[in-house]
Design a protein. Structure first.
Length: 229
């Protein structure tokens, strides 16, 4: 167990940071949030020294530097008694949970970010083919999720877990980039359950002041803005 408060290097708009924040709030682990602006060398210098890859979130827990969202979440359960494990104890169910954690990271968050970040490029530097490929991947992911949620409350196992931590921000932003709730009712109902989860509601409240900087802010549906408090 760590002997001091872990430090989370993060940005309040980043979907992958939201994933870890949800896990921290679910677990009740006391931590120090440390805001990082990657466009500001002074703001990002400490995190990049710890993790030269330069992507957040990064957790510094005592002498240990823990990057990557899934690893951070599993680290918390291993090293902090206060943390509830968000991975099921049954090995087969745990594999399923890890699969769907990766599903939301790779096939929802990643293509969503491609679409969002393309908006930040100058008009002559945009990647319309890449954006269309990302939209196609999201539509495939929506279809898979719709089948997955036919008889489920949460993405894997019987309780809220690691896959749901990944799903909440991924689906929130994906609904803005490529809306799905009008065509995929089971996925839409799942998103509503995620929005009602106190840990995610807290993350969204904290993110709300920064949404003015979100590249697709003009596309945010009123109901998602309302969910931010």
């Amino acid at each position: 167990m760590a002997n001091q408060r872990p430090i989370l290097y993060y940005h309040p708009l980043a979907a992958f940071c939201h994933k870890v924040l949800i896990a921290l709030y679910e677990s009740g682990v006391d931590f120090e949030p440390r805001y990082v602006d990657l466009a500001d060398p002074e703001s990002s210098a400490e995190m990049i020294t710890l993790w030269p890859v330069g992507k957040f979130p990064v957790l510094r827990d005592g002498e240990r530097v823990v990057p990557e969202t899934t690893i951070i979440i599993e680290h918390l359960a291993l090293h902090h008694r206060a943390a509830r494990s968000l991975v099921p104890s049954d090995p087969d169910v745990a594999l399923d949970a890890r699969l769907w954690d990766r599903f939301f990271d790779l096939y929802v968050s990643a293509p969503m970010q491609k679409i969002v970040l393309d908006r930040l490029r100058p008009s002559d530097g945009r990647d319309p083919i890449g954006v269309e490929d990302a939209k196609a991947m999201l539509r495939t992911a929506y279809d898979l999720l719709e089948r997955r949620m036919a008889s489920r409350t949460w993405a894997a196992g019987d309780t809220f877990g690691i896959a749901d931590c990944a799903a909440a921000p991924a689906l929130f932003y994906a609904e803005i980039a490529v809306p799905f709730t009008g065509t995929h009712p089971r996925a839409a109902a799942y998103l509503e359950r995620l929005l009602e989860r106190p840990s995610f509601a807290r993350v969204l409240r904290e993110a709300k002041p920064y949404l003015v900087h979100f590249p697709l802010r003009d596309q945010i549906p009123a109901r998602l803005m309302a969910a931010c408090g």
